[in-house]
Design a binder for this molecule. Structure first.
Ligand SMILES: Nc1nc2c(ncn2[C@@H]2O[C@H](COP(=O)(O)OP(=O)(O)O)[C@@H](O)[C@H]2O)c(=O)[nH]1
Ligand SMILES: [Mg+2]
Ligand SMILES: [Zn+2]
Length: 303
């Protein structure tokens, strides 16, 4: 029987079988030695034990995608946070707490570096003007990111389009605490009582650390991967020269710059800087790029 890995703690993997039941499984010995490390979100083939119940993971099916922290160049391996992720969903609040564009762009770069689609959710729109929210995130919409304006209060707002966007897909959910991640999941899936954020944190306080994220099956198909630690993934392993292509609105321009090794920060004949001066690229986004690039160069020096 096939199944999807929901969590892994202390060598025990919880797998949702195609029959809808959840099984606690061990990894077959030869899989432990192999180069491919099992991750949450992996689709696996289960093997039955003496009593006919699935008790072991016999093989891992090929991955469609992954959310990973890459190793610095030279080092081996990478840490997979979740496998078979379809999209990264980044949740902020319009106010309380105010959104942090720098943190948003960092999350978006992590998604882009993993070649994953991303969408932005701005919650608590009941507390301020929706027009303000649209203006605040206009640069990201122009860059191509879908924007959801939501509220969980007063009967809810914007919940249906978000529900549609999650249905049937595996979404890695992230965002700072207090923005309403748990409230949103509970409003979208009443009765499921997802405690997004808290679960991994409390599990990780225990004796065994949980491997990567936790995957929650959704009642109408799909999963949400709870990845509160996405920030800790950082940009570890990304080369400074790879960063510009993680900004979709820069991507058509980067190969047109006068210098092949253009950093898009100071050079003459830089198409990105030209677009910035014409107002076609947002100053806030470019500022994020500059700061993240400095960070990557600093990290490269330390290795
Ligand atoms: N005004 C308002 N408050 C909200 C909304 N969604 C959540 N909250 C409140 O924000 C606080 C944090 O919510 P929670 O779901 O725990 O956030 P999390 O830390 O991201 O999981 C709680 O007091 C919620 O009642 C919303 O849409 N509007
Ligand atoms: Mg929460
Ligand atoms: Zn350039």
């Amino acid at each position: 029987m096939r199944g999807t890995v929901l969590s892994g703690t202390g060598g025990v993997w919880r797998v949702l079988g195609l029959d809808g039941a959840t099984y606690e499984c061990a990894l077959r010995g030869r899989l432990k030695q192999g180069g491919l490390k099992l991750a949450v979100g992996d689709e696996v083939e289960l093997e039955r034990g003496d009593r006919g119940e699935p008790t072991a993971i016999a093989s891992i099916l090929p991955r469609r995608s992954k959310l990973a922290r890459r190793s610095p160049s030279g080092a081996r391996g990478e840490r997979i946070v979740a496998a078979n992720v379809d999209q990264v969903v980044i949740i902020f609040a319009l106010v309380k707490p105010a959104p942090n564009p720098r943190m948003l762009d960092r999350f978006l770069v992590i998604a882009e570096a993993n070649e994953l689609a991303a969408r932005i959710v701005v919650n608590k729109v009941d507390l301020a003007s929706v027009a303000d929210a649209e203006a605040l995130f206009a640069d990201h919409v122009r860059a191509g990111y879908p924007l959801h304006l939501t509220s969980t209060k007063d009967g809810g707002r914007g919940l249906e389009p978000l529900h549609d966007a999650l249905q049937g897909r595996t979404s890695a959910l992230t965002g700072p605490s207090g923005v309403g991640k748990s409230s949103l999941m509970n409003a979208l899936y009443p009765g499921l009582r997802l405690r997004v954020g808290e679960i991994s944190e409390s599990v990780n306080k225990g004796r065994h650390t949980t491997v990567g994220a936790l995957l929650h099956p959704l009642p109408d198909g799909g999963f949400v991967a709870d990845t509160p630690g996405l920030r800790e993934i950082g940009l570890w392993g990304l080369e400074p020269s790879e960063l510009a292509d993680c900004f979709p609105e820069f991507r058509p321009l980067t190969s047109l710059c006068r210098f092949a090794d253009c950093t898009h920060t100071v050079e003459p004949g830089c198409e990105v800087l030209d677009a910035l001066s014409r107002g076609e690229i947002s100053a806030t986004r470019h500022e994020s790029y500059v700061r993240l690039r400095e960070e990557l160069e600093e990290a490269a020096r330390l290795w």
